[in-house]
Design a binder for this molecule. Sequence first.
Ligand code: PEP
Length: 259
Amino acid sequence: MSRTPLIAGNWKMNKDHLEAIALVQKLGWALADLKWEPEQVEVAVIPPFTDLRSVQTLVAGDKLQLVYGAQDLSAHDAGAYTGEVSGAFLARLECSYVLVGHSERREYHGEDDALLAAKLAAAYRHGLTPVLCVGEALEARQAGEHETVTLAQLEGAMKDVPAAQVAQTVIAYEPVWAIGTGEVASPEDAGAMATTIRRWLAGRYDARTADAVRVLYGGSVKSGTIAEIMAQADVDGGLVGGASLDPQEFAKLVVNAKT
Ligand code: PEP
């Protein structure tokens, strides 16, 4: 099965709603200059919540072929949950994607498996494609426990996800030690973990379902490193933090991701 590569730019807590307009405009121009073809590599931007309306207006108004999403969502749909943002609101803003379980949410906000399972369910309820982030910390990698830890995270968050919804899921393997550190997993290590994740999906669901799911790699990816990572059979794209804030660099990364 052929899976369209996805490059998603996680802006984290950078760029206000005015800066977002400038960044998306520049990204659109840079991609056009490099003759980007959306059928070959799908591009998503994942800005802060407060930018989403600006991005929606710009994407629709300028007919950009970019898609966008949010960095988190509430497990609840509405009500007395101060500070939370409902998947229903994201769907109204025509978001395609939503990150679930980014390591910064796990670490700084104590998000655990039960909460992530509920957030996944909320994403499916509202027709959003969740990008479920998993990956081990440095100590686990050094102890050779990267597979066990990553698969336990998948098991924990996906325990209630029926087969029908799995294909509507993106999994991002992001080793914590590689996020924002400049330290990139070797292409072989990234590829091996993507294969491990796909095998787990095949065992938990079936081969056809596993084959349909896009598995991304994330962790200090740059335009100069993406091609080797994309050359790994089971890697279908990248979740990109720092490099997504520079439109020229991000556009180069996108075209270099073409397989
Ligand atoms: C991320 O935030 O998911 C990420 C991979 O960040 P960076 O590319 O900066 O390591």
